[in-house]
Design a protein around this ligand. Structure first.
Ligand code: NAD
Length: 275
């Protein structure tokens, strides 16, 4: 097929998520932003959430709206605050009429041995990486079940399946997200609501870049060594996944061909958890 034919046939293909409304938590950066962009590209109206410079966020918001001809709303709810999460879900419904797709993505990390792990970091990681997903599902589940259609994708981690030292809160929270995914999948199954967890290994995002700097300082080694000997040590493919790959899998899970995929943990980890 030549380029012109390929382009015109893709223009004629109906977008798979046209008419749907999606909320992606933590979508001002990294994986969440790539997921938001992919869902918008498939025609969903989207709610962007997360922190950042207001001018940069508005540039992202209006850019997505123009590029994909969908409605894009920004909500700055703090995912550590249950009442703000509930209000965000309600505001999305009020603005767009429904909430069909929920992607629980917001997450933070802290790396330190258990004996000195700060209690406030433990509490923040459990709140943002685990409890926020519960509160967002709780607030949106009845609407999805009532309409007989819904898609929930939890961006978990390879650390939902296996552990690494010094990541007690993160690993505990991500294992918890997988448990929550399975329970919600069972409760949603008869109502057309699927719930899945994507379990990425290392994806090239600001969260990982920050870890490289921290680990280089902690181990007194250079950044290339951190990548080779620490981060990608157990990754057989020796590559970081791209955030867009997680976006594409999320869009697939939200589409019509994934109606029977539910309660799953889908690793995107270059073979890490195959060990
Ligand atoms: P990132 O730091 O680039 O983005 C995190 C997003 O969450 C940002 O938009 C940030 O503003 C938002 N956020 C943080 N705290 C928040 C709060 N209290 N309220 C609202 N929003 C908040 O990180 P990322 O690498 O894109 O990670 C996204 C998700 O993917 C996380 O859940 C992370 O655990 C998971 N993950 C990442 C990797 C990786 O290698 N990058 C691997 C596995 C899993």
């Amino acid at each position: 097929m030549n380029n012109i034919t390929a382009q015109s046939s893709s223009l004629n293909t109906p977008r798979s998520l046209a008419g749907k409304v999606a909320l992606v938590t933590g979508s001002t950066s990294g994986i969440g932003l790539a997921v938001l962009e992919k869902l918008a590209a498939e025609g969903a109206d989207v709610v962007m959430n997360g922190f950042g410079d207001p001018t940069a966020i508005e540039t992202l918001r209006s850019g997505l709206e123009h590029r994909y001809s969908v409605r894009v709303r920004y909500d700055g709810a703090d995912m550590s605050k249950p009442e703000e999460i509930e209000a965000m879900v309600e505001a999305a419904r009020a603005a767009f009429g429904s909430l069909d797709i929920l992607v629980n993505n917001a997450g933070i990390q802290h790396v330190e041995p258990i004996e000195t792990f700060p209690v406030e970091k433990w509490n923040a990681i459990l709140a943002i990486n685990l409890s926020a997903a519960f509160h967002a599902i709780r607030a949106s589940f009845a609407g999805m079940k009532g309409r007989g259609w819904g898609r929930i994708v939890n961006i978990a981690s390879a650390h939902a399946l296996i552990a690494s030292p010094f990541k007690s809160a993160y690993v505990a929270a991500k294992h918890g997200v997988l448990g929550l995914t399975k329970v919600a999948a069972l409760e949603g199954a008869e109502h057309g609501v699927t719930v899945n967890a994507i379990c990425p290994g290392y994806v090239w995002t600001p969260l990982v870049a920050k870890q490289i700097d921290e680990q280089a300082a902690a181990h007194k080694i250079d950044k290339e060594q951190v990548v080779r000997d620490v981060l990608l040590k157990n990754t057989p493919s020796k590559r970081f996944a791209e955030a867009a790959e997680i976006g594409a899998l999320t869009a697939f899970l939200c589409g019509p061909n994934a109606a029977s995929i539910t309660g799953s943990a889908l690793p995107v980890d270059g073979g890490w958890t195959a060990h």
